[in-house]
Design a binder for this molecule. Sequence first.
Ligand SMILES: Cc1cc2nc3c(=O)[nH]c(=O)nc-3n(C[C@H](O)[C@H](O)[C@H](O)COP(=O)(O)O)c2cc1C
Length: 287
Amino acid sequence: MKQDQIRYFLALSREQDWARAAQACAVSEQELVRVLKAVESEYGCALFKPGGRFAGLTAEGHEVMAQVHALSRAFGALEQCFRYGQRKHAVASLLERRSVSPKRLCEPAPDDEAIGLMIAAAMSAPDHGGLHPWRIIMFPPALRDVLANIFEREKLRRDPLASDKDLQRAREHATRSPALLAFVISPKARTRVPEREQLLAAGAALSNFLNAAHQLGYGAIALSGERTFDATFCSELGLEDWEHLACFVCLGSIAKAAPARKSMQPSTRLSTWVPCDAFVHALRQPA
Ligand SMILES: Cc1cc2nc3c(=O)[nH]c(=O)nc-3n(C[C@H](O)[C@H](O)[C@H](O)COP(=O)(O)O)c2cc1C
């Protein structure tokens, strides 16, 4: 049975009238009757009760109609399955993104052009007022040892009894990943955009940056740690008093992929608003 025949059958079942079924299928009544009568002769016995007007289905007609409905449901399920597949493919890159820890990263680091694209993606994030309340500091390879000294000094301030191993680990946080940059939240004063929206805009920008890195095939991870809350540390990196060091972003090629994410249930993050009884009651009262 062809798809058109199924469509005409279903319309007839719904409309119970040749003319209305034809209208619903956007064909002439003669064409619809011709197609369904052809099915009838192919089937080998009467499916429609005789008469000029539609007078209902015969017993065999009801059997065929039941199969047509089953086929239609199966087509519907298949279509839904294909649609979901296409939609999932469209967002696959977002669903598959994983943070890649520094120990899984290797050279080469992304070049300036790739980093420029990541920043352009960050600048495309939702941002009330287009304030871009954030900035990125790049640490050139030649200065990573100087940065390591700053990391080591911060560790000693926080833990004066830190062992050589601890200090070495602190230095490695500055030197290990192929590329390192700092993501700074830089809220703008004297604007009508509330600070919490600026923080969200900065978070959205960071997220776009990390997604762009992933889409370009690089590994990336945002890491903060206690040092990002240390005022002296932040000042040595050139932050202003009102700025926050949100995190460092480690970037590189991927030596070893992070394990796939466990399956997620979007429904756990979604609820449907239900107005409270008192509110519904108040709305029903005449003004
Ligand atoms: C601003 C920011 C700071 C973060 N700091 C740390 C950190 O210091 N240590 C850590 O283990 N994860 C930190 N994370 C989380 C990781 O970057 C990463 O998101 C987490 O390991 C989950 O991995 P996934 O991104 O693959 O889901 C931070 C995330 C953000 C957004």
